[in-house]
Design a protein around this ligand. Structure first.
Ligand SMILES: Nc1ncnc2c1ncn2[C@@H]1O[C@H](COP(=O)(O)OP(=O)(O)OP(=O)(O)O)[C@@H](O)[C@H]1O
Length: 927
């Protein structure tokens, strides 16, 4: 049997309105013209089908579901299941939900598949179709019939038939005859399905739903119309499961608390089991490994579809939002694993139906043979009735028949000869009318006899024809074999086509890689060129203009560098098209290479060098003003960037606070529960300690009684009683008493032990509660610290606001100054003359020089400030990253801890309840 892999499709939904409003970035994209998906910066996955944010429902259906529907009609079982995080678009893609209110173009897979199935029914009038639908859900590991809600879940069972197919027993199967009927059933089922509202999805499916459509096809044989006596038919039964799984979710993210906490856990555990099955099946050495189908109901139901006999497509839905990065990556990893799963699908035609054909034909032949046999028997029986019944008589009759046949043959020969002779005679001799008439009569008689002989001969031949029956059977068998080989050939063709596709895909990939390689080489060459250019453009001596230009470029590059790093942080998941992104990367690469010479400490062009340049001092002062404004603007931009960052930090901190609050609330609930159980345990323990002392007292009494009875027994044995019978009787009584006392002591001791155990259990509860209290205190402390940090961040934000305002003020002042300076420009000639004069004169204008120095110093300071601000920013970002990593780790640990604590608490509660139940001598039961 051919192994065909499970096909895996990935669909990325567009950003939802609220995500756009919250400024979420896109982190998952389809690589154009490939079957690949890139998540984050560099994680690439290849799938059988990929659908981006602009993909339509029609596209999804036609590409990966239509072939499955056609296979269903060909007689194969098929499954499509949607997998993914909550709110990622599973229900939308499968076509569940309130389908009546959905526009035609937005309809999902189920309505389209139903349409297609009924279309093919109308196109095949030679086939009798019998269609049934069922709809069930798995909610909290319980099966529910969505078409018959009264059905008790105890009546629904998952079984395996003799061929190993998974069958759901007890679910209602509705016979349907039109698209509308199916749609209304689907609507009814969807309305009955468990849904809820979470922070992630307004209409979140809280259960796994399986909508099944089964088709029974009965092919009418063309002979049936011609021959009313017999007809043959071929029967095929195939099923299509449409599975909409509940979404995997982080409990803290969905905002579910207490009530829904358990529900989320159940959903996640079902999906975890499914993940384990996919992992085990996708394992390269899976044949030897165990596949844990039995771990959950959903995996048991999907056994046929994963590693079984059905043709399966898995659609993994992912959210593009960067806030769902982890979940999307996980989904993609699972989808990648699922590509390794191989199913062995088989055609569902029943060989029995072919055998039926043969048998029907055989019956027909036998009936005919029987009829002719009966006719001949009745004839012989007539002869028998007429003649003597004895065997000898038959034998002599047979001999007579043989003789007569011989005679008959002789006469026949004579007649033939006479016939030819008379024909010749008739032509050559002239006969009178009477003779002619007689001859004609004789001819007619001979013709009649001949015809009679011929028809009887044909009758015998007709009976012999019946012996062709077995030949016909062989032909049928051969036909059946031919059909089988044709099927195998078709399957081979499918595999061949698939392989061809894979080869094409690989070729495409190779081409893409070659193209990329070329691009890399080109960019490398460009980079080398730029490097070379920089080496030559690095001036040996700096003129003021060049230095200023250098300063500007440098500051721009520094800014660019810093901004680029900012982008790395924030635009890591930007929603640019791939081309834009690659262009951006190209630019950043070039800018990095071009700033390389400036970064070297030796090549930093300090403004102090301006001291040596006296030419164009006016120009430089004007340039300085420009520079100042630019610097300030840059500073302001950086401050704005800082502000944005701090806002981001603030939001994240708030989010953390919210999560912490939920965690604390849960813990507090847990503590309350624990305290309650602890108090109960305390009161029980108090009762038990009373009981222990009482029991001790009783045990003491029993011991005293025992020693007394033993003493009495001893005395009785020592006494020399004359009445032996009385002595024996008394001894018996005493021994009985001793035994009873011993038994009582034993029972009392056991009870004592149990009571002590229970008392220790309550101590354990107290300990556990105090531990949890400590835990909560720690969390509260964390909360306080977070609040502090929040305040600090708020203060920082305020400071930054103030700084920005100050910068703006400065910019205004400087602009004013520049305008004034520009006025001075008008006197440029005078100034030039003055400069020349000054250069000639041995003494320089000390005041102006001082002023210039001051301005240069100020500028240097400003540059330093900007640089230190950038430095601070970098440190702040690094710190933020570290903090984020720590918080994420802490969150994961806390979740794990919670989970364990809950488990422990539950098990200890169970234990406690168990103890309370099994203890027969509890005070209540005693009372
Ligand atoms: N491809 C898409 N195009 C447009 N909107 C979409 C797309 N996919 C999903 N959505 C929208 O996203 C929201 C969530 O989708 P849906 O309810 O299908 O998610 P889900 O994965 O089934 O969630 P859950 O597991 O919680 O049931 C819906 O409002 C839906 O309309």
């Amino acid at each position: 049997m051919e192994e065909i892999p499970v096909k895996v499709a990935v669909r990325i939904r567009p950003l939802l309105c609220k995500e756009v409003l919250h400024n979420h970035q896109v982190c998952v994209r389809v690589i154009p013209n490939t079957q690949q998906i890139i998540i984050g910066r560099d994680r690439v996955f290849t799938f059988d089908f990929v659908f981006g944010k602009n993909s339509t429902q029609d596209e999804v259906y036609n590409t990966c579901i239509k072939p499955l529907v056609l296979s269903l009609i060909d007689g194969y079982n098929a499954t499509v299941f949607a997998y993914g995080q909550t709110g990622s678009g599973k229900t939308y893609t499968i076509g569940g939900g309130h389908i009546a209110s959905v526009a035609e173009g937005q309809k999902g897979i189920i309505p389209r598949a139903i349409q297609e199935i009924f279309q093919s029914i109308t196109e095949n009038p030679s086939i009798d179709f019998n269609i049934k639908v069922s709809y069930i859900e798995v909610y909290k590991e319980d099966l529910r019939d969505l078409l018959e809600l009264e059905t008790s879940m105890k009546d629904l069972h998952i079984r395996e038939d003799e061929k190993g197919n998974t069958v759901l027993v007890g679910a209602k199967e509705c016979h349907v005859e039109s698209v509308d009927e199916v749609m209304s059933l689907l609507e009814v089922g969807n309305a009955a399905r468990h849904t809820g509202t979470t922070q992630m999805n307004e209409h979140s499916s809280r259960s796994h739903a399986i909508f099944t459509i089964s088709i029974c096809q009965i092919e009418k044989n063309s002979e049936a119309a011609e021959d009313e006596l017999w007809y043959s038919h071929r029967q095929t039964v195939s099923k299509f499961h449409f599975v909409d799984l509940a979404g995997s979710e982080r409990v803290t993210k969905t905002g579910n608390t207490s009530e829904w906490f358990k529900e989320s856990i159940q959903i996640n555990s079902g999906l975890l089991a499914l993940g384990n099955v996919i992992s085990a099946l996708g394992h390269p050495r899976r044949k030897s490994s165990h596949i844990p189908y039995r771990d959950a109901k959903i995996t048991r139901l999907l056994k046929d579809s994963l590693g079984g006999r059905a043709k399966t497509v898995m659609i993994t839905c992912v959210s593009p939002s960067s806030s769902d990065f982890d979940e999307s990556l996980n989904s993609l990893k699972y989808a990648n694993r699922a590509r390794n799963i191989r199913n062995k699908h088989t055609l569902n035609f029943s060989p029995e139906s072919d055998r039926m054909d043969e048998m029907e034909f055989e019956i027909k032949l036998l009936r005919q043979a029987l009829q002719s046999q009966q006719a001949s028997i009745s004839r012989t029986s007539q002869i028998h009735q007429e003649g003597a019944p004895g065997k000898n008589r038959i034998h002599s009759l047979e001999e007579q028949v043989a003789q007569l046949q011989e005679e008959c043959q002789g006469y026949q020969n004579c007649v033939e000869e006479a016939f030819t002779f008379l024909v010749d005679l008739k032509d050559s001799v002239r006969l009178n009318q009477k003779q002619q008439h007689k001859l004609q009569e004789w001819f007619n008689m001979t013709q009649k006899v001949r015809k009679a002989v011929l028809t009887s001969f044909r009758g015998i031949q007709g009976i012999e024809n019946l012996e062709e029956g077995p030949q016909h059977i062989t032909v049928l068998q051969l036909k059946r074999k031919l059909k089988k080989y044709q099927c195998a050939l078709a399957a081979d063709e499918v595999v061949f086509n698939k392989k061809e596709l894979e080869v094409k895909e690989l070729k495409n990939q190779v081409q893409v890689m070659v193209r990329e390689n070329k691009q890399h080489i080109v960019s490398l060459k460009e980079a080398q060129k730029v490097n070379r250019l920089q080496v030559y453009s690095s001036p040996p001596m700096y003129s003021l203009d060049k230095v200023l230009a250098g300063f500007r470029t440098r500051s721009q590059m520094l800014l660019g560098h810093i901004e680029e790093e900012d982008e790395v942080l924030h635009c890591q998941f930007s929603d640019n098209s791939d081309d834009e992104e690659s262009e951006g990367q190209e630019k950043s690469r070039i800018s990095c290479t071009s700033c390389s010479w400036i970064k070297k400490p030796g090549s930093v062009c300090s403004l102090v060098e301006l001291n040596d340049t006296q030419d164009g001092s006016q120009k430089s002062s004007l340039g300085n003003e420009d520079l100042k404004i630019e610097c300030l603007r840059e500073g302001q931009e950086s401050n704005l960037q800082k502000l944005r960052n701090s806002e981001l930090i603030l939001n994240e901190a708030k989010q953390k606070m919210r999560e912490l609050k939920i965690n604390i609330k849960m813990k507090e609930d847990l503590i309350k529960e624990l305290i309650k159980t602890g108090n109960d345990a305390k009161s029980i323990s108090r009762q038990y300690s009373l009981k222990v002392t009482k029991l001790e007292h009783e045990a003491e009494q029993a011991k005293v009684e025992l020693t007394e009875t033993e003493k009495q027994l001893q005395e009785l044995e020592n006494k020399d009683l004359s009445d032996i019978a009385l002595k024996v009787k008394l001894q018996k009584e005493f021994r009985k008493k001793v035994d009873a006392a011993k038994l009582r002591i034993q029972v009392l001791q056991k009870k004592q032990q149990n009571s002590k155990k229970l008392a220790s259990l309550s101590i354990q509860y107290e300990k556990r509660a105090s531990e949890l209290e400590q835990n909560v205190n720690r969390m509260k402390h964390q909360k306080v610290q977070l609040q502090k940090r929040l305040q600090e961040e708020n203060e920082k934000k305020k400071e930054l606001d103030a700084e920005i305002k100050r910068d703006q003020q400065k910019i205004k002042e400087l602009q004013l100054k520049t305008e004034q300076e520009e006025g001075l420009k008008l006197k440029a000639e005078d100034l030039h003359a003055f400069n020349l004069k000054r250069r000639k004169s041995p003494f320089r204008n000390v005041d102006q020089l001082q002023k210039l120095d001051e301005q240069k110093k100020w500028l240097d300071e400003e540059v330093e400030k900007v640089l230190s601000q950038r430095q601070e920013l970098e440190e702040l970002e690094e710190d933020l990253k570290k903090r984020e990593a720590i918080v994420a780790k802490k969150e994961a640990l806390l979740q794990e801890k919670n989970h364990l604590e809950n488990k422990k608490l539950r098990s200890s509660q169970d234990k406690m309840i168990y103890f309370l139940k099994i203890e027969p001598g509890t005070p209540e039961s005693r009372d």
